[in-house]
Design a protein around this ligand. Structure first.
Ligand code: ADP
Ligand code: MG
Length: 361
């Protein structure tokens, strides 16, 4: 067995329970991995399940499709198998982050992984039932439950929704405004998208409506939805301004919720020369994200945030003033073995990124 993350231990004797590293007060990027169920297509193709999830220890083991004894082991802040509920992932990992945002911190959750591994299922949900609700609608519920039980504070909640497709930024809340938007930088405000529509919300329902409008605009703007969603990054931004009546002190909590483009083409960055150039052109932002994560993990003196729109927007979330959670999505089937290993290595690297979150007040 190869211990891919450098922990010299076997699956049976690995690491103490992960609970000590789960708190969002920890300044490292928190990385969790979720493995979706095997699907009908994979079953029909006689694919075997090569992924084992050891939730208690935060361990994922991936067996080589041709040799069970050649397995690779990775450890994360949390791991979730195909039976894990949307609620358990939310309660154990996202809820503490949103609580911090409600205290005035910046937060970021991004879903990473190959197309078809459950990024959208995790972030938005997998249907209309209560239990299938994903991270984003659960965030809405948590915010408004907090507002409803808090007295003496005025809240102003607003949302923005944008996508990055082929390095163009589009406002998903204003479909008519199809001209790509520009990034701006201002001291004290950091990097932001200029002229991005901001919509004030009075309830969880308002926020859900905004999410649905944005998703609809994403679909209708695209000629091939699958191709489009696998190549574009969708970023849902929430801002919560909190004003205490007596002291007039204002706190602001900001949260970025991101469904990234499919990582499969990123696999090609292992290539060199023309193939590397091609992969970079196909999704400059995703390649740049990989380079930023790599540079941060290596403690480089230069972090190439400026290489893409996505990394400029995420500058605070990676190596900056934010509490950040990465959800790496994988599939269990043998025919995804290579992509799964690439995703797990990528996610493992992100664990060593350190942020410096401070309250905005
Ligand atoms: P992605 O956004 O990464 O391309 P999707 O979220 O669209 O992937 O998921 C692909 C398919 O797998 C969808 O039909 C989705 O409903 C299903 N799926 C993904 N994750 C799960 C899960 N944890 N449990 C059940 N079905 C899932
Ligand atoms: Mg998707």
């Amino acid at each position: 067995m190869e211990v891919a993350d450098g922990n010299a231990a076997s699956a049976g004797t690995l690491n103490p329970p992960k609970s000590a590293t789960r708190s969002v007060n920890n300044e490292s990027v928190q990385v969790i991995v979720r493995c979706r169920p095997i699907n009908q297509k994979e079953e029909a193709a006689d694919c075997s399940t090569v992924v084992n999830v050891y939730a208690q220890r935060g361990v994922i083991e991936v067996e080589h499709p041709k040799s069970k004894s050649e397995s690779k082991i990775f450890t994360y802040d949390g791991v979730y198998d195909w039976n894990s509920s949307q609620q358990s992932i939310y309660d154990e990992t996202i809820m503490p982050l949103v609580s911090s945002v409600l205290e005035g911190y910046n937060g970021c959750v991004f879903a990473y992984g190959q197309t078809g591994t459950g990024k959208t299922f995790t972030m938005e949900g997998g249907g209309n039932s209560e239990e299938s609700k994903g991270v984003i609608p659960r965030v809405f519920d948590q915010i408004w439950a907090h507002i409803d039980r808090t007295t003496g504070t005025e809240f102003l909640v607003s949302v923005r929704y944008l996508e990055i497709y082929m390095e163009d930024i589009r406002d998903l809340l204003k479909s008519k405004n199809s001209k790509p938007l520009e990034l701006r930088e201002m001291s004290g405000q950091g990097v932001f998208v200029s002229h991005l529509h901001s919509q004030t919300c009075q309830s969880a329902h308002d926020m859900l409506k905004a999410m649905k409008v944005g998703n609809h605009n994403r679909t209708t703007g695209a000629t091939n939805m699958n191709e489009h969603s696998s190549r574009s990054h969708a970023i849902f931004q929430i801002s919560i301004e909190m004003a205490k009546g007596d002291t007039k002190s204002v706190k602001v909590g900001k949260l970025n919720l991101i469904d990234l483009a499919g990582s499969e083409r990123q696999a090609k960055t292992g290539a060199t020369g023309n193939r590397l150039k091609e992969a970079t052109k196909i999704n400059k932002s995703l390649s740049a994200l990989g380079n930023v994560i790599y540079a941060l993990a290596e403690n480089s003196s230069h972090i190439p945030y400026r290489d893409s729109k996505l990394t400029r927007l995420l500058q605070d979330s990676l190596g900056g003033n934010s509490k950040t959670i990465m959800i790496a999505n994988i599939g269990p089937a043998s025919d995804n073995y290579d992509e799964t290993i690439i995703t797990l290595r990528y996610a493992y690297r992100a664990k060593s990124i350190k942020n410096q979150p401070v309250k905005n007040e």
